[in-house]
Design a protein around this ligand. Structure first.
Ligand code: HEC
Ligand code: HEC
Length: 490
C-alpha cells in the first residue's frame, strides 16, 4: 500500500499532537500534585504551629523579660571588677576566669580550678597542691531577669520577698539589689575559688606579677627571693566575711581609676560610705549588660515569629512541653522551676564535706529527701555551655537527654569517659554510693517516657534552637586592660 505524503504528514502531526497533549496533561497533573502536596505541607506546618502555640499558651509561656537595663556607669565599674584579679586574695583569678566570654560565661571544664591555677578553659593547669572546685561553673546568661530568686546549684542564696537569705546570714550588708548581686559577694570569700590560704603570697601590686605557681613558698620576700606580698585576705578568719569585704574594698579604692569609676556609678554617695556591696551591685549590672540575650530561635518564636524555628525543633518543643515531661522541671519563662531535683547525676570530684560526696540541696535544708538534689538549670544557650550537669559529668547533650530518660541505668553505666584522667579517678561508682543516689531519685523521673531516636533528635534540635546567634561569639566583651594593671588574658 502506498502512502501519500499528505497521509504521512497527517500521521506525524497526529502523533505530535498526542505526545504534546499527554505531556501537557502530565505536566498539569504533576503540578497539580505538587500544589496539593505544598498545600498539605502548609496546612501541616500550620497544624504544628497551632499545636505548639496551644501547648505554650496552656503553660502560660510568654517572651522572656530580661529586666531593666542598668546604668552605663555601673556597668563600666562592674566590667572592670569582673575581669580584675585584684579582688582575689592572690591577685591571680577573676570572675571571668570561670565565667569567660570566650567560653560562653562558663569555663568549659567539668570542674573548675580556683586560685593557684594558670590559664583558661581546657588549657588551665591546676597547681600541684590545690584541689578541684567541687561543682561545675555554671553559665550566667539572663540572670538579671526579675524572675530569678535563687543562686547556686543548691540555692544557698535566695530572695524571699524583699529579704535575701545567704551563707552570710545577718552579716550580709543592706543595699544589695538582686540575688545576682548577693551572689557576687561570695566568690572572693571562698578560699579555693578566689581568696587563697593563710600563708599564700600574692602578686605584688606594682611591677611584674611575681607569684609562685604552686604556693609552696611560706615566707615573706627577703634576700634574693622575688618580691611578693602576704595575701592579707587569706589571713582573715573564715567566719569574718565583713572583714574580707572591707579589705577587698580597701585594695580596690587604693587604685585611682576605681575611685573615679565608683564616683561615676554612685554619684550621690561619698566614697567613704561605699562597701563591697556596691562593688557587687556593679558586678551584677555588668553580668546583666554582657550576658542577657533574647534572640534565640525559640525566643523569636515565642515573640510570634512562626518561621524562627525548623519543623523538627518545633516537634522537639512539643515533646519538651508534652510527652517528654521536660517542662515539669525546666518550666516557665526561665526554663527552670528554681526547685531542687535529684536526677541521679554521677558523683565525682572532691565533694562538699568529709563524706567526699556532694549532697546538693540537702546541705542547705538537712532534709534527707533533698540528698543529691540540685537546682534545675535554665536552658537558654545550653548547647554552647557544656560540659553539663552540676559537675560537668557529660560532654554531649544527647547523653544528658538519655540520662534523663533512664537515670538508674545511666548512673550505673557511667564511666566518666569524657572526664580528665585525674577526675575520672575520683569517680564514686561503687554500689553503695549508686544505691544511695538512687534512693532519693526524683519521683518525676521514676517512670520516664520512652522516646525513640527520632524523638531524641527532635529534642536535641529544640535545645539547639535555644542558642542566641548573638551569643555565639562573645570575644568582643573582653576588655584590653583593667584598672589594677594585672593581666586580663590568662
Ligand atoms: C574558680 C571558679 C570561679 C570563680 C573565680 C567565680 N565563679 Fe562563679 N561560680 C563558680 C561555681 C563552681 C559556681 C557554682 C557553685 C555552686 O553552685 O555551689 C558559680 C556560681 C556562680 C553564679 C550562680 C549562677 C546561678 O544561677 O546559680 C554566678 C552568678 C556567678 N558564679 C558569678 C560569679 C562572679 C560575679 C564571680 C566573681 C566575683 C565569680 N562567679 C567567680 C565558679 C567560679
Ligand atoms: C525531675 C526534674 C527534671 C526533668 C523532668 C527534666 N530535667 Fe533536665 N535537669 C534537671 C536537673 C535538676 C538538672 C541538673 C542535675 C544535676 O546537675 O545534678 C537537669 C539538667 C539538664 C540539662 C543540663 C543543663 C546544664 O546546664 O547542665 C539539660 C540539657 C536538661 N536537663 C534537659 C532536659 C530535657 C531535654 C528533659 C526532658 C527529656 C529534662 N531535662 C527533664 C531536672 C529535670
Amino acid at each position: 500500500m502506498n502512502r501519500t505524503p499528505q497521509t504521512l504528514i497527517a500521521i506525524v502531526s497526529t502523533a505530535i499532537a498526542i505526545i504534546a497533549v499527554s505531556a501537557l496533561g502530565a505536566f498539569y497533573f504533576r503540578s497539580e500534585n505538587r500544589l496539593r502536596e505544598e498545600a498539605a505541607a502548609v496546612s501541616m506546618a500550620a497544624a504544628l504551629d497551632e499545636e505548639l502555640r496551644t501547648a505554650v499558651a496552656q503553660v502560660g509561656l510568654t517572651a522572656i523579660d530580661l529586666g531593666a537595663a542598668p546604668s552605663p556607669e555601673k556597668v563600666a565599674l562592674g566590667e572592670a571588677l569582673f575581669y580584675d584579679k585584684e579582688i582575689s586574695g592572690n591577685r591571680d583569678i577573676s570572675c571571668a576566669t570561670c565565667h569567660h566570654p570566650l567560653l560562653h560565661s562558663g569555663d568549659g571544664l567539668a570542674l573548675p580550678f580556683g586560685t593557684g591555677a594558670r590559664g583558661l578553659g581546657t588549657s588551665r593547669q591546676i597547681a600541684v597542691d590545690r584541689a578541684f572546685i567541687p561543682r561545675n561553673a555554671p553559665e550566667i546568661f539572663n540572670r538579671g531577669a526579675p524572675q530569678w530568686t535563687t543562686m547556686f546549684w543548691d540555692g544557698r542564696v535566695t530572695q524571699e520577698f524583699d529579704h535575701f537569705k545567704s551563707p552570710a546570714g545577718d552579716a550580709l550588708p543592706p543595699g544589695l539589689e538582686s540575688p545576682l548581686a548577693v551572689q557576687a559577694m561570695f566568690p572572693p570569700t571562698s578560699r579555693d575559688e578566689m581568696r587563697g590560704r593563710a600563708g599564700d603570697l600574692c602578686r605584688e601590686k606594682e611591677g611584674q606579677p611575681q607569684v609562685s605557681n604552686t604556693f609552696t613558698v611560706k615566707t615573706t620576700a627577703g634576700g634574693s627571693e622575688p618580691a611578693v606580698e602576704i595575701n592579707e585576705v587569706a589571713l582573715v578568719d573564715d567566719s569574718n566575711l565583713p572583714e574580707m569585704w572591707d579589705i577587698l574594698m580597701a585594695r580596690v579604692m587604693a587604685i585611682p581609676e576605681y575611685r573615679e569609676l565608683f564616683s561615676a556609678a554612685y554619684p550621690d554617695m561619698p566614697l567613704s560610705e561605699l562597701g563591697f556591696e556596691h562593688a557587687a551591685n556593679a558586678i551584677a549590672a555588668y553580668e546583666i549588660a554582657a550576658f542577657s540575650f533574647d534572640d534565640s530561635p525559640w525566643d523569636r518564636y515565642l515573640a510570634g515569629e512562626d518561621d524562627a524555628m525548623t519543623a523538627k525543633a518545633k516537634r522537639g518543643a512539643l515533646l519538651f512541653y508534652g510527652e517528654a515531661g521536660c517542662s515539669n522541671c525546666h518550666s516557665g519563662i526561665l526554663m527552670t522551676d528554681q526547685r531542687y531535683h535529684n536526677i541521679a547525676a554521677p558523683q565525682f570530684g572532691p565533694g562538699k564535706d568529709s563524706s567526699g560526696l556532694d549532697f546538693g540541696r540537702y546541705l542547705q535544708t538537712g532534709d534527707p529527701v533533698d540528698r543529691f538534689a540540685f537546682r534545675t538549670p535554665p536552658l537558654r544557650n545550653v548547647a554552647l555551655t557544656g560540659p553539663w550537669l552540676h559537675n560537668g559529668a557529660y560532654a554531649s547533650l544527647e547523653e544528658v537527654i538519655q540520662h534523663h530518660l533512664s537515670p538508674a541505668d545511666s548512673l550505673s553505666a557511667y564511666q566518666g569517659e569524657a572526664l580528665s584522667a585525674d577526675l575520672r579517678e575520683t569517680l564514686r561508682d561503687n554500689s553503695a554510693v549508686v544505691a544511695g543516689v538512687l534512693s532519693t531519685l526524683d519521683p518525676l523521673l521514676a517512670a520516664p517516657p520512652e522516646l525513640d531516636r527520632q524523638q531524641v533528635a527532635e529534642l536535641l534540635e529544640f535545645l539547639n534552637a535555644l542558642s542566641s546567634p548573638s551569643a555565639a561569639d562573645l570575644a568582643y566583651l573582653v576588655p584590653e586592660s583593667v584598672p589594677s594593671g594585672l593581666p586580663v588574658a590568662d
